[in-house]
Design a protein around this ligand. Structure first.
Ligand code: SF4
Length: 690
């Protein structure tokens, strides 16, 4: 709630950074500046804990670089204009392009940094006003493989357990997650469970990250060999008769097919290709299977591959053949990246589904939305954001409307993305800063920051939480949802809402899994979906007692075969480049570069090179090195580190100045359309300025 302390206004809200969704008290001074943050004590999910981004990361809201007036570009320069002019101009441009090329020539992006209410309205705007399902957001780039993979295997593409359930597990299996840096408070709970309860920790990662230092078993496999590693574990579990036969028989299908597929999984080959000894794989398999309560955590090390869905399915296989799912301390937990990435997916900012994952191709669902929204809706599935660049390049998409995302830093093969964006006839961006993408826009609308908003966020454990404004925004910026409503109204489709609660009421009215969640209830307590009615307490653990939301109620065990990364090292590009996060920065750094403490900790990018590779290449600590792939090159300072496996080069993706995404490859998973950020071939040499 609200309160006062030493003349500071205290506001309880939710941290605007990662998907843990920590409850945070922000303290605002008389000059309307947030000056301090503390954790809310004794409340789920963080129970009094915060990381450095929660504690200090609010500073960007006070930045003098905030955009305060709408901008229109004239002859390559931005001109400040009044709201009416920018709104009229944008509406006319969008209608003109729709008229000339059809609605599918327009792409729309929502944002995992905006509220559920903002996101619901932007997908409604895309579908009802523009008339296209070309609506997506950055979940495409982090967990689209999860939404597809866990959806296929379990019937629901979301984390199965609450964060607090970590303390009920005996074995924690962490794969492809740099938990300490990406989900710091969850890492604290993992370490605590090990220290206080003696739980075992198994970590699998091509880098020896901080969490790996705490592992009882650490598996350092090559990037892109996850299916082989997980198949080998499944084979060992089956051979040692550590499967849960009862669970397999009662609650799953597909086990016999898996047995057949695993006949071709040779453990010696698996050991050689993954770069991990057979005995270590065996140790991990036996410990995970024996549990008795084993829980899995994974992140983008699993999802960001051209085989992202296969990776997720192989993880599901492990849980299903051992029965480690659907009970306290057992389950599969994809750790979602952004503060509201779970929510943005839940409210339909995806090209194939409306809210609550109701399919746009399902006639009865579409009719329901047509009745509610009183408009004819498009039938075919839209394009994913990872396809936008190519479609713009080919002239199929002519305009983009972007709410709070920065694709010109975050897209793979970003040079190609930039060339494509230059071909757009119209680009409109809503943001709080003039991001790299906003700089290319024809129109920029100044929006409120998360700490200035009302609404809801949904965290990685499906927990819907109310957020409250801790400071007054400048009078010249608007809520993201209000900007969308203004354009909709001008386009002849009135979208009038008195406030966020009215939008939420509409969301829950059309979404069975959110139906029971009201603002009134959220004032008392956060609630985890599914929550079908007001009397329902919400759902902490999914699939309790084998209750899988699949047509025949049985979970699917999949036969998954190994495919190497789309680009493998050769003579010219002999190393594997992998990318990821660091603790002190956040995604495209739009916010954290404006936070002094965080920027001072890590002011510039660096490349991690294994000492043996460094010797081979002839580089020393702090030398400038050139990293090259088939798509481009960057020059960055070397950090000689034993963290990456020999042959693996690591770059963070936060720095637009030395952008890792100049190098990454836009090889997509065929179903999830997620790009393979985690593995491509690169060359490294000492940089010699000429
Ligand atoms: Fe914020 Fe995530 Fe850190 Fe919690 S762990 S304080 S949600 S960045």
């Amino acid at each position: 709630g609200k309160g006062k302390i030493f003349n500071l206004e205290k506001t309880d809200t939710v941290c605007a950074y990662c998907g843990v969704g920590c409850n945070i008290s922000l303290y605002t001074d008389k000059k309307n500046k947030i000056i301090m943050a503390r954790a809310v004590e004794n409340k789920e999910p963080n129970k009094g804990r915060l990381c450095v981004k929660g504690r200090y990361g609010f500073e960007y809201t006070n930045s003098s670089e905030r955009i305060l007036q709408p901008l229109i570009k004239v002859n390559g320069n931005f001109r400040e204009v009044i709201w009416e002019e920018a709104l009229d101009y944008t509406t006319n441009k969008l209608l003109e392009i729709k008229e000339k090329y059809g609605p599918d020539a327009i792409g729309v992006l929502g944002s995992a940094r905006c509220t559920n209410e903002d996101n619901y309205l932007i997908q409604k705007f895309a579908r009802a006003v523009i008339g296209t399902n070309n609506i997506d957001h950055c979940a495409r780039l982090c967990h689209s493989s999860t939404v597809v993979g866990l959806g296929k295997a379990l019937g629901t593409g979301a984390a199965t357990n609450p964060i607090s359930d970590i303390m009920n597990s005996n074995v924690m299996f962490v794969i492809g997650s740099n938990t300490t840096e990406s989900h710091p408070v969850i890492a604290q709970f993992i370490k605590e469970n090990k220290k206080k309860r003696g739980a075992k920790l198994i970590v699998c990662d091509p880098r020896s990250t901080d969490i790996a230092r705490y592992a009882d078993i650490f598996i350092q496999h090559y990037p892109g060999t996850d299916v082989l590693l997980l198949n080998a574990m499944a084979k060992i579990i089956i051979e040692k008769d550590l499967i849960n036969k009862d669970f397999i028989d009662k609650y799953t299908e597909g086990f016999q097919e898996l047995l057949k597929t695993l006949e071709n999984c040779n453990l010696d080959d698996a050991s050689k290709i993954t770069g991990v000894s057979k005995s270590l794989i065996e140790d991990a398999a036996i410990n995970y299977a024996k549990g008795p309560n084993s829980i899995i955590f994974y992140t983008m090390g699993i999802t960001q591959h051209h085989v992202g869905v296969s990776n997720v399915l192989s993880i599901a296989n492990l849980a299903l053949i051992t029965g480690h799912i659907g009970k306290p301390g057992n389950g599969i937990n994809p750790l979602r990246g952004q503060a509201n990435v779970q929510g943005a997916c839940d409210v339909g900012v995806l090209p194939d589904v409306y809210t609550g994952y109701q399919k746009v191709t399902d006639e009865s669902v579409r009719r329901k939305f047509e009745e509610h929204w009183k408009v004819k809706l498009p039938k075919n599935i839209g394009f994913a954001v990872s396809q936008f660049s190519d479609l713009i390049f080919k002239g199929k998409i002519k305009a983009l409307y972007i709410m709070g995302e920065n694709p010109l830093v975050t897209e793979p093969d970003v040079k190609h993305a930039k060339e494509s964006f230059e071909k757009l006839e119209f680009l409109a961006v809503q943001d709080i800063f003039l991001s790299e993408t906003a700089q290319m826009a024809d129109v920029v609308f100044p929006a409120k920051a998360a700490y200035e908003k009302f609404g809801t966020f949904t965290n990685t454990e499906r927990r819907v939480q109310l957020i409250k404004p801790a400071k007054n925004p400048s009078s010249s910026v608007k809520d993201d949802w209000k900007i969308i409503c203004e354009i909709a109204k001008r386009a002849g489709y009135p979208m009038d809402y008195k406030g966020e609660e009215e939008i939420w009421e509409e969301i829950r009215n059309v979404t069975p899994s959110l139906k029971g969640i009201s603002y009134k209830r959220l004032e008392e307590n956060s609630i985890q979906w599914p929550c079908p009615e007001e009397e329902h307490p919400g759902t902490q653990i999914l699939h309790l007692n084998g209750n899988f939301k699949r047509p025949n109620k049985k979970a699917l065990i999949s036969s998954v075969t190994f495919q190497p990364p789309s680009e493998i090292p050769d003579m010219n590009f002999p190393y594997i480049l992998t990318t990821g996060r660091i603790l002190y920065h956040y995604h495209s750094r739009n916010e954290t570069r404006r936070v002094k403490v965080l920027e001072e900790f890590v002011p510039e990018n660096f490349v991690e090179i294994n000492p043996e590779d460094a010797k081979e290449i002839g580089v020393k600590e702090k030398d400038l090195v050139k990293i090259k792939t088939r798509r481009g090159e960057i020059v960055v300072r070397a950090k000689i580190s034993a963290k990456p496996k020999k042959g693996v080069i690591f770059l963070s993706f936060h720095f637009s100045e030395t952008n890792a995404n100049i190098l990454t490859i836009n090889a997509l998973d065929p179903e999830a359309k997620i790009p393979e950020y985690k593995a491509c071939a690169c060359a490294v040499e000492k940089f010699m300025p000429t």
